[in-house]
Design a protein around this ligand. Structure first.
Ligand code: FAD
Ligand code: DHB
Length: 395
């Protein structure tokens, strides 16, 4: 098989890239390790920045999001019994975020690419291996239904997430990896119950962090910070809800409507960046190149800026034979990535329990108190939360 862009991974990055390229007449093949149902069922992100919303509109996959998504113009921070609203829209000149689940977004993207003549998707592709990208003969080898297959292409996009094959195929001497792990994870619970509040609530509490999020007016998504040694099985729904209520102000806790969980899972927290993001004819995109702790809701939104930069650069290459944007992809993407890595680390550091030393919590409370008392403090949270702008000169 021959195509223009060989894409490894049919998650949000790979699907969005294929779709944007197709609309400019560029053909691609996506090799996805799992089935469509498996990819769509993974409960992950829920908050889309304006930049990602715009990207989905450009990709012509936004009709359902625009109908069903919830636009939020504020978030609530709680600590020391206080509830402080951050007015995102007022502090950022009218910017907002969209609540729309990654599961729904992934469904919309699959509906679009599977009826798109410029995109071929191979599900259950085994042992995908990128080759030839350093010597100008890029190729993807893989197994399908017991046979060895390959795709020849002009460029490879590694959109295969943190555990994928693309980053692992780069010679160690060419790549630098920066990593921080955190001494806790997030236990998430999804339930068909009305959200406890009409905006997201981020809670700092002596017992640990908690987050009340949502997917719709009838579906809630809750998270609590837990130790790395915790198992989902040790957290029946009643224990989860008792614990999250303890971490919330009394009136919020009292109004929480509980119901059976639809999904429950534990995610570890990590900051990770691989530099650079280009190796000859291989480009890393999204979680394949970087991971942030989920506190700032940035992971999926960073994938969107990578996709924007890479699709713009590939369109310039095929349309005008320009290679300068491909050359600048890595540096441009990494600037926004490091800004989000910093914010996600900082927001984690002021909202989570790192150890039992009481001075740590006191210092966090003092920092939150200061931030809330200052327009500059509130603005720095708001600007980062709604998402820093995409590089305007990248075109
Ligand atoms: P992935 O979603 O990981 O997709 C990679 C795809 O590649 C997968 O389909 C995988 O099956 C496939 N693949 C992997 N290896 C191979 C291989 N060898 N061969 C072929 N295919 C392969 N982000 C936000 O912006 N906002 C949020 O609110 C938010 N909340 C989150 C909450 C949680 C609990 C978690 C865990 C994450 C959250 N994120 C959030 C992060 C977000 O989900 C990810 O950043 C996003 O999924 C990245 O998309 P991706 O396409 O780059 O990678
Ligand atoms: C969700 C996840 C986040 O990491 C976050 O900061 C906000 C919301 C969510 O899954 O709804």
């Amino acid at each position: 098989m021959r195509t223009q862009i060989g894409i490894i991974g049919g998650g949000p990055s790979g699907l969005c890239l294929a779709r944007l390229l197709s609309l400019r007449g560029i053909r691609s093949v996506i090799l996805e390790r799992h089935t469509r149902d498996y990819v769509q069922a993974r409960i992950r992100a829920g908050i889309l920045e304006q930049g990602m919303v715009n990207l989905l509109r450009n990709a012509k996959v936004s009709d359902r999001m625009d109908r069903e998504g919830l636009v939020h113009d504020g978030i609530v921070l709680t600590f020391a019994g206080r509830q402080e609203r951050i007015d995102l829209a007022a502090l950022t000149g009218g910017q907002r975020v969209m609540v729309y689940g990654q599961t729904e977004l992934t469904k919309d993207l699959y509906d679009a690419v599977l009826s798109d003549d410029n995109v071929a998707v191979v599900f259950e592709a085994r042992d995908v291996s990128p080759a030839g990208f350093l010597d100008g003969t890029p190729r993807l080898d893989y197994g399908k239904d017991g046979r060895l297959e390959h795709v020849d292409c002009d460029y490879i996009a590694g959109c295969d997430g943190y555990h994928g094959a693309s980053r692992a195929s780069v010679p160690k001497a060419m790549i630098t990896e920066y990593e921080r792990t955190y001494p806790f994870g997030w236990l998430g619970l999804l339930s068909d119950t009305p959200p406890v509040h009409d905006e997201l609530v981020y809670a700092n509490h002596q017992r640990g962090f908690a987050l009340c999020s949502m997917r719709s007016r009838a579906r809630s998504r809750y998270y609590i910070q837990v130790g790395l040694d915790e198992q989902v099985g040790a957290w029946p729904d009643s224990r989860f809800f008792d614990e999250i209520r303890r971490r919330l102000p009394d009136d919020v806790a009292a109004s929480m409507i509980t119901g059976p969980s639809i999904e429950k899972s534990i995610a570890p927290l990590r900051s990770f960046v691989a530099e650079p993001m280009r190796f000859g004819r291989l480009f890393l995109v999204g979680d394949a190149a970087h991971i942030v702790p989920p506190t700032g809701a940035k992971g999926l939104n960073l994938a969107a800026s990578d996709v924007h930069y890479l699709s713009t650069a590939l369109v310039a290459f095929y349309g005008e034979r320009r290679t300068d944007l491909l050359d600048r992809y890595s540096a441009t993407a990494l600037r926004r990535i490091w800004a989000a890595v910093r914010f996600s680390w900082w927001f984690t550091s002021i909202s989570h329990k790192f150890n039992d030393d009481p001075i740590e919590h006191k210092i966090q409370l003092a920092e939150l108190d200061y931030l809330m008392s200052s327009t500059a403090g509130r603005t720095t949270i708001a600007e980062n939360y709604v998402g820093l702008p995409f590089e305007p000169t990248f075109a």
